[in-house]
Design a protein around this ligand. Structure first.
Ligand SMILES: [Zn+2]
Length: 231
């Protein structure tokens, strides 16, 4: 119900040749949350005593927007994860691009954890030291000071890019792409069987799209198809 258009409030819209400065763009919204934390009358004309309060509990945005909203390094920069402070390593891709990789650390696979307090401290340190970033944080962001918001717990991960189009697609490529067919983990020799089974699946009503063949169409699979595969 909360996703239906009827219950959404368009609070801001930016038109311009470049993306907005997030602190400038979000400032009015954060000021509104300051007011809502104190409480505002529900029916100002009738009854001043009946007050409502509202708090920002969750922030949902895609990965590039998340970096801007939290004023932190982009997804290919050092310490770019909003949940931990692993620095990661830069890796050149075959096509000349750069990606950030996080080699698996058996002793501490998901840590050291980031916390909201650490983010505030790092933002202050980055500002004071005039360094480009401290633990990936480039400086303060207005969202850090919204009442009750926790910049680590409240900010969702970008499921579409990171999980569906990221990890799920990578695993499918590793398993079924001809370029890995000589590796022990490859399932390339079974791809026709998997395709046949995909085609014969009777879909439940909440999945709209009949799965397409892995051998011919994997590079065109949409995020929703990758999600259906995962689930
Ligand atoms: Zn992390």
């Amino acid at each position: 119900m909360r996703k239906s258009r009827e219950f959404m409030i368009l609070a801001g819209l930016w038109c311009g040749p470049t993306k907005p400065s997030m602190n400038f763009f979000l400032d009015p919204l954060c000021k509104a949350f300051d007011e809502l934390e104190k409480g505002v009358p529900l029916f100002p004309e009738e009854n001043e005593d009946e007050q409502i309060q509202a708090f920002l509990l969750g922030v949902s945005c895609d990965t590039p927007a998340r970096s801007a909203v939290l004023n932190m390094n982009q997804h290919n920069g050092e310490c770019c994860c909003s949940k931990c402070v692993q620095s990661g390593k830069n890796r050149r891709t075959a096509t000349g691009g750069n990606v950030r990789i996080f080699p698996y650390d058996e002793r501490n696979p998901t840590g050291p954890k980031r916390s909201h307090e650490m983010m505030l401290r790092n933002a202050r340190e980055a500002l004071d030291s005039k360094s480009t970033h401290v633990n990936g944080i480039k400086g303060p962001s207005v969202i850090m000071f919204c009442p009750r918001v926790d910049c680590v717990k409240s900010v969702c991960i970008d499921y579409m890019h990171l999980v569906c189009l990221g990890v799920v697609r990578l695993f499918l490529k590793l398993c079924f792409d001809v370029t890995h067919s000589l590796n022990d983990f490859s399932l390339y020799r079974y791809v026709d069987i998997v395709d046949q089974r995909l085609e014969s699946i009777k879909l439940p009503h909440f999945i709209n799209r009949q799965p397409r063949s892995i051998s011919e169409h994997l590079k065109f699979w949409k995020a929703a198809e990758l999600r259906s595969w995962l689930l």
